[in-house]
Design a binder for this molecule. Structure first.
Ligand code: ATP
Ligand code: MG
Length: 287
């Protein structure tokens, strides 16, 4: 029998599009859309299951799926025997405690004796315990957590924050960050060797896609006497490619630059005399 690696992704919601894009950018082709429970890649031994994100850690632990793509917050909350095998740089958010804006915050100890509403009771319990705080109660609610203080259900909440605008419009303010989160791939720690081999192959591809997104291909014309200085700024994967130009004393220099310190480097290159700088996206990057 041909082994398939079963990957659980969110059926609909904030992670769905990013998860499917990631698989597609890794070269997997799927016949039809997402209006089904599962689909098989046409050109890679992978089957994708579409599930609610909350259920994914349990399914991965039970081996209904071999791996899953969830927010790190959900992974942490469910406390299953799974491991994170890749961080994915999307769906970045934080889990924070918020209190009514009109109240003065007296630090973590002031949460003693408070009622806290959250969809993440385990994470909140662990956080409070670590800080020796004993709340009056932790109330698990599955949605619209931010309205809890306003309707007298809790004194504080712990919920996902990305911009803080939801908190603001509910009269709340963020007072403690409990955890930072991003999309992650989790795996059952006990995969059969055939499945592990498929996973390794997929993770290799995902890493190439991730690296490509964080890097740009850069080309420029520069005076030959600037090549050395430029090379120290953008060394590239091994060394830049240098092609002599017809123009006497000038070369075309090609390299790779990290997106994060891109603008700073461009300024430096210009100060070294580089001209005609082109920056091009990279689709895949294998180092
Ligand atoms: P499901 O119906 O599958 O249970 P859900 O409503 O629980 O979905 P979503 O709101 O789709 O979940 O969020 C999925 C994940 O996306 C969250 O667990 C979190 O990791 C991340 N996330 C949530 N809100 C944001 C946000 N505002 N910005 C960035 N990432 C977020
Ligand atoms: Mg959910």
């Amino acid at each position: 029998m041909n082994t398939l690696l079963r990957i659980a992704i969110q059926k609909s919601g904030r992670l769905q599009e990013g998860s499917l894009d990631l698989l597609k950018e890794s070269g997997l082709k799927f016949s039809n859309g997402k209006d089904q429970l599962k689909t098989q890649a046409r050109n890679f031994p992978v089957e994708v299951l579409f599930l609610r994100d909350d259920d994914i850690p349990q399914y991965v632990e039970d081996k209904v799926a071999d791996v899953g793509l969830v927010g790190e917050n959900v992974f942490a909350e469910k406390q299953k025997k799974n491991q994170i095998v890749k961080r994915l740089d999307f769906a970045k958010c934080r889990l924070s405690i918020a209190i009514p804006r009109a109240e003065t915050y007296g630090g973590i100890p002031s949460l003693n004796g408070k009622n806290i509403a959250t969809s993440y009771p385990n994470i909140v319990k662990d956080f409070l315990k670590k800080h020796n705080v004993v709340p009056a109660g932790i109330h698990e609610i599955s949605g619209s957590v931010e309205i809890a203080p306003g309707i007298g259900l809790a004194d504080a909440i712990c919920d996902i924050v990305s911009t803080g605008s939801t908190l603001l419009s509910n009269g709340l303010k963020e007072v403690e960050v409990v955890m930072q989160s991003e999309a992650v791939i989790i795996a059952n720690p006990d995969l059969e060797p055939e499945k592990q081999a498929i996973l390794d192959k997929l993770l290799f591809r995902i890493e190439a896609v991730k690296k490509a997104k964080n890097n740009k291909y850069i080309l420029m014309n520069c005076p030959n006497d600037a090549i050395e200085k430029i090379t120290t700024v953008i060394p590239g994967m091994k060394s830049p490619t240098i092609i002599p130009l017809q123009r006497q004393g000038w070369s075309s220099l090609h390299s790779v630059v990290d997106e994060n310190d891109f603008w700073e480097k461009i300024d430096l290159l210009r100060s070294f005399g580089a001209e005609g700088i082109l920056v091009i996206p990279i689709e895949k990057m294998i180092v």
